[in-house]
Design a protein around this ligand. Structure first.
Ligand SMILES: [Zn+2]
Length: 254
């Protein structure tokens, strides 16, 4: 992948995006860059941003979501798998390592500890400057498809290994929601409209099948709101006989 593609971020609006000129102006007003950026339209929802500077690309990408003209724009690194209607489930997230022994507040350990959970990206300023001895903080690339680990094993049981094995707790800051159904960031299965509609349609289908089964088993069964009530059904033939009888009765009486 060439350098320009590596420094490309896709901005996706949840609603139809503002005019591209407005996006360019607001972006320049809100963010100061070391290099420059070219902002181009992909479609009515997506824009591409090509950065000339690696640091700018990282800094903006790590924000994950920014607001332009009052609308949320979700940011993700461009990859060859880009599909305009889907978000990739890999996002940068701060991982916290509370009570990590102070001698381990080094780039070597802080980046190595969460390796199993996600790709380590960078330590935060306080961890780099060793000004927050109670915990270390490292940014990692988290795959939201995988179950979240809240602890990791560190060290080794091997006697020759200098670091004895221990369990390190891991906490996270603001993990974004990801919907596996829609393949989009910003909501999850518990508040997915598509899933809600699907569940409703399934419920209606079950009710329909139940109704059909009851009617087939007992044609005289009348089903109201899923509950069946026996109902006298007079067939056309029975009705005719009844009618005749009544007529006869009337005749006899005269
Ligand atoms: Zn959804």
């Amino acid at each position: 992948m060439d350098a320009e593609c590596k420094r490309t971020i896709v901005g996706r609006f949840l609603k139809i995006r503002p005019q591209i000129e407005k996006i360019r102006v607001r972006f320049a007003e809100n963010f100061s860059l070391k290099g420059s950026v070219k902002i181009g339209v992909f479609d009515n929802y997506n824009i591409f941003m090509y950065f000339t500077n690696d640091e700018d690309c990282k800094e903006i990408g790590f924000k994950r979501v920014i607001e332009i003209e009052g609308l949320q724009m979700w940011l993700q690194k461009w990859t060859p798998d880009f599909k305009p209607e889907e978000d990739i489930p890999i996002v940068p997230v701060w991982a916290l390592l509370p009570q990590l022994t102070f001698n381990m507040h080094t780039c070597h350990y802080v980046k190595q500890i969460p390796e199993e959970i996600g790709t380590p990206l960078e330590m935060n300023l306080a961890t780099r400057g060793r000004t927050r001895p109670s915990m270390a903080k490292v940014r990692i690339e988290l795959d939201l498809h995988k179950p979240l680990s809240t602890s990791v094993y560190v060290g080794s049981e091997d006697e020759d290994y200098p670091l004895k094995v221990f369990v390190q707790e891991v906490e996270y800051e603001r993990i974004p929601k990801y919907c596996k159904q829609c393949k989009k960031l910003g909501h999850d299965l518990s508040n997915c409209r598509v899933m809600e509609r699907k569940r409703l349609a399934e419920k209606q289908e079950i009710e329909r099948v139940k109704y059909l089964m009851q009617v087939t088993e007992n044609p005289n069964t009348h089903v109201v709101n899923g509950e069946s009530t026996e109902k006298e059904v007079t067939t056309a033939k029975e009705a005719k006989i009844q009618e005749k009888g009544e007529d006869a009765g009337t005749t006899n009486a005269v």
